[in-house]
Structure formats: structure tokens, C-alpha cells
Design a protein around this ligand. Sequence first.
Ligand code: NAP
Length: 273
Amino acid sequence: MDKNLKFGIIGLGLIGGSIFKALCALKCNVYGVSKSKRTIDAAKKYCKNVSYSMDYIKDCDIIFICTPMNKILNILEELESILQPTAIVTDTASLKGFVCNKKRPYNFIPSHPMAGTENKGFSASYETLFQGAKWALTPFRGTNTKDIKTLKGIIEVLGAKPIITTPEKHDEAVALISHMPMLLAQALYKTTKDNALALSLASSGFRDMTRLALSNEEMANDMINMNSQNIQKSFCKLCASVGDLIKNDYPDQIKNIKKQRKKMYVDGINKLK
Ligand code: NAP
């Protein structure tokens, strides 16, 4: 990675703060923009170039937009009159279809780091968040391959593995692996919450299955509102799987599921290509 690159990060929460901390630790030239005084003051302890003003990042070469999803289209629009045409911009939104609504006068390459926790804000961020994670990219057709290569290189320096796909395939996949599981965790808790004995007896299985019920509420609302069709399709598939499991050779099917699931993660990291 070219050490002379100037990085701009908009939104210093869990994701933006983690990118910011990782790049500060690598002694890169980093500029941060955030909304609250508390976040800005905390970020200044890592690197002094932090401000409320978007103008602060106008000369940056690489920009990460890490705000909640419902703010991103306005920011992409605002950046049109601020950035150099050579700037490479990526967002980190959990959905990719909505940001691909139009081409931009800068080099916009939508992306989504497949890492996170149930916590939010700068205080929850940490520099190793992306180590061993996948990072999806959904470039527009015709995007300069040199710019894609530059962004992929930075993602690799952050410890993640870039995966190129389309916005449609991405949004369908994340409904299965992220949005449906979150809604299931919330529904599981809601179904159980009035049974005092069940809650009192609940142990690690219930704790693990409901961890996603602790998700960032603004992000959860955005996911459910903005990916509802794919989430509905995922739930239809889930219902079909439950029926199939119960009706057709349950012992054999769960044996295979257990075998495949065991191979998928090694030391907590998804090893599938
Ligand atoms: P977060 O912890 O709530 O951080 C969002 C940050 O955005 C806040 O800290 C806030 O800054 C800042 N912000 C809000 N409006 C802003 C504005 N107008 N200008 C500048 N900064 C603004 O959320 P997150 O989990 O990092 O999520 C950020 C993005 O990453 C979302 O688009 C989400 O879909 C995506 N994502 C999240 C996860 C996950 O697991 N959490 C994983 C992958 C991708 P202040 O603190 O200064 O108010």
C-alpha cells in the first residue's frame, strides 16, 4: 500500500472507528469526520486530524463512508461537490443495491466489510476488527481496474479478504447470513420473554442464539426496511428446510449438517473460499 495516500473516514463508529484505529496504527495519513463532540474528542487521542466538517477530507485519495445506511445517499451526494475526480470512495453499508443508484463524478466502489459486533460507536471499535474477515466489493461495470486493485490492497492491509460480487447477489446473501438470523434472534426472545421459568433456566444455547437481538437498533431498522423482499424469501426457504428436516431422514441430514458446519470455521474464522 502506498504510504503517501491520504485517507478520509466519515462516521467514526464501530466500523469507521475500527478502520481509523487500524490506519492510525499503521502510521497512515488519516482524516476523520464525525458528528458528535464525544466521538471527535475520543478519536483525537489516536490522530489529531478529526473534525465535524466534510471539507476536511476534500483532498483525500481514499474515502470510507461509515455512517448508518439511512445517511449514506445524502453523503454520497454531498461529496460530489467536495472531492477531486480522482478520489476513490467506498461505503461500508450492510446493503449494496441502494448505493448503486447512480454513477458518481468520483471513483465510487461500493463495499461491505463482513465483520462487526453487537456494539456501536467509537468506544466499541478496535483496530483488529477486520482480521480474517471477508470484505465484499460490488464495483460498477467499467470501473477502472487500477482503482479496484488499490482498494483491494487497502482491504488486505486491514487484514480482510476482498470478494467481488454484484449488489443483487450480495443483498440476497446477507439476508440469509445476517438479516434473517438477526430477526430470528429477536423473534426467539420475544416468543420466550413471557415464560419466566424458561428465561430463568436459559443457558448458553439461548444466549448464543439470541446474541443478535442485541444488535444496533438503527442498523437493524435499516436492514429490515431496506432488504425486506430478500428477508421474506430467506424465511420461505427456512420454513421449507424445517419441513424437509423433520419429514425426510432427520438423523442423516443433521449428521451431514454437523459435519459441514464443523469444517466451515477454524478457530472462529470462516475458511470457505
Ligand atoms: P455505529 O457504530 O452506530 O457508527 C455510525 C457512526 O456514524 C456514529 O458513530 C456517528 O458518529 C456517525 N454519523 C452518523 N451520522 C453522521 C453524519 N451525518 N456525518 C458523519 N458521521 C455521522 O454504526 P456501525 O456499526 O459502525 O455501522 C456503520 C455502517 O457500517 C453502517 O452503514 C452499517 O450498515 C455498516 N456495517 C455495520 C456492521 C456491524 O456489524 N455493526 C458490519 C458491517 C457494516 P458520532 O459518534 O460522531 O455521532
